[in-house]
Design a binder for this molecule. Structure first.
Ligand code: NAI
Ligand code: 15L
Length: 264
């Protein structure tokens, strides 16, 4: 790949992407509203607010692939979510179809299905069950991806990311954890497969207590290399069951299911 765009490059997963995707494309084009200044030789930075249609078009022009991490990444008020996750995703897909249909990794979230009970196994065909405005915005993004695939042939991996952090931090994350290495192993498989289509993929490393079934995307050839089991004893000892709040242990989305609708 010549030029790969990473939106949200100043954020947590953007930082992991810069590390794990170095060398995957001749150029990593980084974009965010927050400047990234410590650029390596193979990196360029173009500032863009996802809510600004012209700026997004400029960023997407000339890219062969997109990892879309930009946007509001937690529960917030509607106006913020609307600009980045609704209008912003629309701007991204409009720019993609005008500029050669680059393949897209769309960072959806487990909060698109957050109201499924913990312990219930679901697969790609499970209807969305968002746990807040943030989760609902991810459902919208997933649907926009399908629309642009059907109408214009833009291919997207709709990755319902669990919890992408260096290691699981609580009992829930023993089921939702996605190692950064597995996140980008998955992204590479999605770019390499001859025909991607527009699948829903659950972004999680191995876990003996996984809630998510990726059997429908076996054709991607992705096998997680990391396992939450490595950390189970440590996490369970640090978080005895009686100390875990009920909100965290009831639904797949954990505490997000208990948040109010924020007004700003
Ligand atoms: P983050 O909040 O650290 O990074 C998001 C980046 O998007 C920030 O650098 C921010 O400046 C940028 N951004 C926000 N609004 C923008 C706008 N209007 N225009 C341009 N840029 C804007 O989030 P993180 O953790 O890196 O997540 C990346 C993506 O993955 C997000 O879309 C998030 O929803 C998704 N995700 C992340 C998970 C995780 O475990 N980290 C789990 C599930 C989904
Ligand atoms: C997400 O969607 C968030 O972006 C991230 O910050 C975590 O809260 C993650 O889900 C999670 O559910 O652990």
């Amino acid at each position: 790949m010549k030029r790969l765009l990473i939106t949200g490059a100043a954020g947590t997963l953007g930082g992991f992407a810069r590390e794990h995707l170095a060398g995957f494309a001749d150029e990593l084009r980084l974009s965010d509203v927050t400047p990234v200044t410590d650029l390596a030789q193979h990196e360029t930075f173009v500032a863009a607010d996802l809510g600004d249609k012209d700026a997004v078009e400029e960023v997407v022009r000339g890219c062969d692939g997109i990892v879309h991490f930009g946007g509001i990444s937690v529960e917030k008020g509607f106006d913020l979510i609307e600009r980045a996750n609704l209008r912003g995703v629309f701007n991204l897909y409009e720019a993609a179809r005008k500029h050669g249909n680059p393949r897209i990794i769309f960072a959806s979230s487990n909060h698109a299905i957050g109201f499924y009970p913990q312990g219930q196994r679901i697969d790609a065909d499970a209807p969305p069950l968002s746990d807040g405005l943030y989760g609902a915005s991810k459902v919208y993004g997933e649907q926009l991806a399908v629309l642009y695939w059907q109408k214009f042939g833009v291919e997207t991996a709709r990755v319902r990311i669990g919890s992408c952090v260096p290691k699981p931090l609580n009992r829930r994350m023993l089921s939702t954890w996605l190692s950064p290495r597995d996140m980008f192993g998955l992204a590479k498989c999605c770019f390499a497969v001859p025909e991607l289509g527009c699948p829903v993929v659950y972004g999680a490393s191995h876990s003996d207590t996984s809630w998510w079934d990726n059997s429908k995307v076996a054709y991607l050839g992705w096998t997680p290399q990391d396992s939450a089991e490595t950390y189970r004893a440590e996490v369970e000892a640090a978080h005895p069951p009686e100390t875990v709040p009920e909100d965290e242990s009831r639904f797949q989305g954990g505490v997000f299911t208990a948040y109010p609708i924020y007004q700003s």
